[in-house]
Design a protein around this ligand. Structure first.
Ligand SMILES: [Ca+2]
Ligand SMILES: [Ca+2]
Length: 238
């Protein structure tokens, strides 16, 4: 009887052990990771929740090489394009080299032009001045395992490419972020302010629990990232 039942019991045991090993790898990965969820005087919610919007400017705390990689030591937005004036938006992460700005609705128009493919909301922080090789990393809390459809709110001065990694493993390969260049807009700098939203960027599988998502600027650059939306489209197979 023992011999007869040995194989199924052994197989079941291997499946359990394999599952445990994968879980262990995942938690060890996070344990070895030195970054922590973003927090400041206004944002205290901890790890961003999936499903939902991953706000790109809320990349983790931890510094260069841990929570992000930037090609220089300057924040081209906070404190530069947006002078330090004591306001939250102008000084957001002012001492960090990831380049951050926010959507401005003014007259003359900046982010509120008819050249938008999708109108953004005003005062939305975003990561900009992106260059190939740069990345930002996020500790996220996935509340439901399954397949997620990714959407992105963005501008793209050329046909840039991004990729997305889960626990440091690239799960998408290069994804085209099509140009939002509009020749009819004769103000050159405003080509960086034509917004669009893609709702079917990619589908990825996520396990439940705390893990990391990394947003890579894979090619070309010159994109602005407001947020990536994670919509649960199917639950895991039972
Ligand atoms: Ca920079
Ligand atoms: Ca944002």
């Amino acid at each position: 009887m023992i011999k007869k039942n040995g194989l199924p019991i052994l197989s079941f045991g291997i499946i359990i052990l394999s599952f445990g090993y994968l879980q262990s790898c995942q938690s060890n990965k996070l344990k070895d990771y030195k970054g922590t969820p973003f927090a400041d005087v206004q944002y205290t919610a901890g790890a961003q929740i999936i499903p939902g919007k991953l706000q790109c400017e809320f990349y983790d705390l931890g510094g260069e090489g841990i929570a992000f990689h930037d090609t220089d030591s300057i924040n081209s937005g906070s404190g530069r394009l947006n002078p330090a004036d004591g306001t939250y938006l102008n000084e957001f992460r002012i001492d960090e080299p990831v380049d951050i700005s926010y959507t401005k609705f003014r007259d003359p128009a900046i982010d509120n032009t008819p050249f938008n493919l999708v109108q953004p909301e005003k005062d939305q922080l975003y990561v900009g001045w992106t260059k190939p090789g740069e990345w930002t990393k996020y500790t996220v809390n996935v509340t439901e395992a399954g397949t997620y459809q990714l959407g992105i709110m963005f501008t793209s001065n050329k046909d840039g490419k991004i990729s997305v990694a889960v626990n440091d493993v690239d799960v998408t390969g290069p994804l085209l972020i099509p140009s939002t260049f509009v020749a009819a807009d004769t103000i050159p700098w405003r080509q960086w302010h034509h917004w669009n939203y893609i709702d079917r960027l990619a589908n990825i599988d996520l396990k439940k629990g705390l893990q990391t998502i990394t947003l890579h600027t894979a090619d070309i650059g010159d994109m602005n990232y407001d947020y990536i939306n994670f919509e649960l489209v199917s639950a895991p197979l039972k």
